[in-house]
Design a protein around this ligand. Structure first.
Ligand SMILES: NC(=O)C1=CN([C@@H]2O[C@H](COP(=O)(O)OP(=O)(O)OC[C@H]3O[C@@H](n4cnc5c(N)ncnc54)[C@H](O)[C@@H]3O)[C@@H](O)[C@H]2O)[C@@H](O)CC1
Ligand SMILES: Nc1ncnc2c1ncn2[C@@H]1O[C@H](COP(=O)(O)OP(=O)(O)O)[C@@H](O)[C@H]1O
Ligand SMILES: [K+]
Length: 496
């Protein structure tokens, strides 16, 4: 599990630790870890640190201090280091003295700084870290826009990225590698910030941290959560997932949701809807029932809405009246947006909503009574959007898109680290809905079911391409699920 903490949590943990350590000790730890990563990157790139060109972009705070101290370490190993001071009168005094003592150069002329930046083998971005507010200031913007040939290493966070949210106001400096201290920051895991961070490396500095604000599953945690039939299991004990999906207009959504559900660990899939014939022809293992969810017999979770068309209204009402977890997707969400949060008020079991940003906008309008907010604004603030929806509907929300975010009404949040933009293909959301519903029916708590589904779905998207990076279809994503399931399980066995 990758755990990320908000700035205020980091500050509190740092204050507590600093009170027990000699002055400057924490910064020395951070700078040593940072310099070690830079030395590794230079060695990989040029064979050695000696003689390489390093530029330190130093802002006015401790983030600049880290970068200057790390620059000093590299200069002592023979690198040609120049430090560009973006706020010369307020540069970190100790870091600057260390750099000068190691014979590093100080650059005050911004034109010279930009030329050095473009030529450098490695750039250390110490403009701002967790103290950054708003977008990059004017003096730093040219660096974000300039061409460069070297590796850019962001210190703690790429400057211009909001550490708590991943939001970027204006421009930010794109990094190849981010070396973060003490804990991951949410902004390193959530787009657009995650897209600026490159590969993220964590350097421990000994912080004693509270529970994470946001976390991201990794293979071992997913492997622990995957349902596995016990020796005494039968199909009913493994859980039956009900799928109310598809319509005359969209019969394919039924097939895709069922395909996802068949690979999610439930013991059986029960389909209700107008596409029963097609479903059974394609997947003979599916149980089908006439009518809607109300008369379909016992299931352990419902999936309602993919391709549901007009029929989604009735199916949603019947599923929500049940006492089992309900996943609402697609046309079910449009209908729920019309009804507003009151439609979930009487529920005794969890509800999971799986909107993309367009559906999220309609749900928010349904909650607030206003016009739907622009979807791209919601995409730029994914964590806040997911949390806002979860609070308004008192439901767990899986917000789909470039970084899928899952938020619980209680405040817990997960971000999904897997996936590929090739998943933005018609029907892949239907597969995800079936998969998540199946994990719910198998008994996973709703936050786990949603985040494990997103994780497997993202891996399957990558795995499904016959050539890495090539387009995939939604059915291929479903078909790749057993292989990624095995891959995740195998990694856990290897760790045992
Ligand atoms: N506090 C600690 O104990 C530790 C902090 N560390 C480092 O310290 C950083 C935090 O340092 P600070 O609290 O000094 O904060 P920062 O260095 O992140 O930023 C604060 C400074 O940047 C300026 N600033 C704010 N927003 C800006 C913007 N948008 N554009 C340009 N300048 C802007 C502010 O005026 C202020 O002078 C961390 O990110 C990490 O790199 C590490 O050394 C580990 C230990
Ligand atoms: N840019 C992107 N990068 C990664 N994944 C994406 C991106 N855009 C969409 N996805 C994923 O693709 C799937 C699309 O689902 P959805 O929007 O419901 O499509 P559909 O309704 O056609 O099934 C979701 O899992 C979503 O997270
Ligand atoms: K930085």
């Amino acid at each position: 599990m990758r755990n990320a903490h908000r700035v205020e949590q980091v500050r509190a943990a740092e204050a507590e630790l600093m009170a027990r350590l000699p002055e400057g000790a924490l910064m020395q730890r951070a700078a040593a870890g940072l310099a070690a990563t830079c030395a590794r990157l230079l060695t990989r790139r040029r064979g050695r640190v000696y003689g390489s060109r390093v530029v330190v972009l130093a802002g006015s705070g401790d983030n600049g201090g880290d970068a200057l101290y790390a620059g000093a370490v590299l200069a002592r190993r023979g690198a040609r280091v120049s430090a560009v001071l973006l706020a010369p009168e307020r540069a970190h005094a100790g870091g600057l003295a260390a750099l000068r003592a190691a014979h590093g150069q100080v650059v005050l002329d911004q034109e010279v700084g930009l030329a050095d930046f473009s030529r450098a083998d490695l750039v250390l971005d110490g403009i701002v870290g967790i103290g950054g507010r708003g977008g990059l200031r004017a003096e730093a913007v040219p660096y974000a826009r300039a061409a460069r040939r070297g590796t850019v290493v962001a210190v703690d966070v790429p400057s211009g990225v909001d550490a708590d949210t991943g939001e970027v106001a204006g421009v930010a400096l794109r990094a190849d590698v981010t070396v973060c201290f003490g804990t991951y920051k949410p902004g390193l895991l959530i787009d657009p910030g995650a897209g600026y961070a490159g590969a993220v490396q964590l350097v421990g500095i000994g912080l004693d941290l509270p529970p994470a604000d946001v976390s991201a599953l990794q293979h071992p945690a997913v492997a622990e959560l995957l349902p596995e039939p016990g020796a005494e299991s039968d199909k009913y004990r493994r859980g039956v997932v009900g799928v109310a999906a598809g319509s005359a207009t969209y019969p394919g959504a039924a097939l895709l949701a069922v395909a996802g559900a068949l690979h999610g660990g439930a013991g059986a899939v029960r389909y209700v809807g107008t596409a029963a014939e097609e479903v059974v022809r394609r997947f003979p293992e599916t149980l089908v029932t006439e009518g809607g969810p109300a008369g379909a017999g016992r299931v352990q979770a419902w999936v309602v809405g993919p391709g549901g068309g007009e029929g989604a209204r009735q199916a949603l009402a019947e599923a929500l009246a049940s006492d089992v977890p309900v996943l609402v997707d697609a046309d079910g969400l449009t209908e729920l947006g019309r009804l507003g949060p009151g439609a979930l008020a009487g529920r005794t079991a969890p509800t999971l909503l799986t909107p993309h940003t367009g559906e999220a906008a309609r749900l928010l309008a349904g909650a607030d009574g206003g016009a739907p907010p622009p979807a791209d604004e919601l995409a730029a603030a994914r964590l806040a959007t997911a949390r806002r929806l979860a609070a308004a509907y008192r439901a767990t929300v899986l917000l789909k898109g470039s970084t899928t975010v899952v938020a619980d009404p209680g405040g817990a949040a997960r971000v999904n680290p897997t996936g590929t933009s090739w998943l933005a293909t018609a029907g892949s959301g239907d597969v995800l809905a079936g998969l998540a519903g199946s994990l719910l029916a198998a008994g996973l708590p709703v936050l786990d079911a949603a985040s494990v589904a997103a994780y497997l779905h993202g891996l399957a998207g990558r795995h499904a391409a016959s050539t890495p990076g090539a387009p995939v279809t939604a059915l291929q994503v479903a078909a790749a699920l057993p292989a990624v399931w095995r891959q995740v399980r195998a990694s856990a066995t290897a760790d045992e």
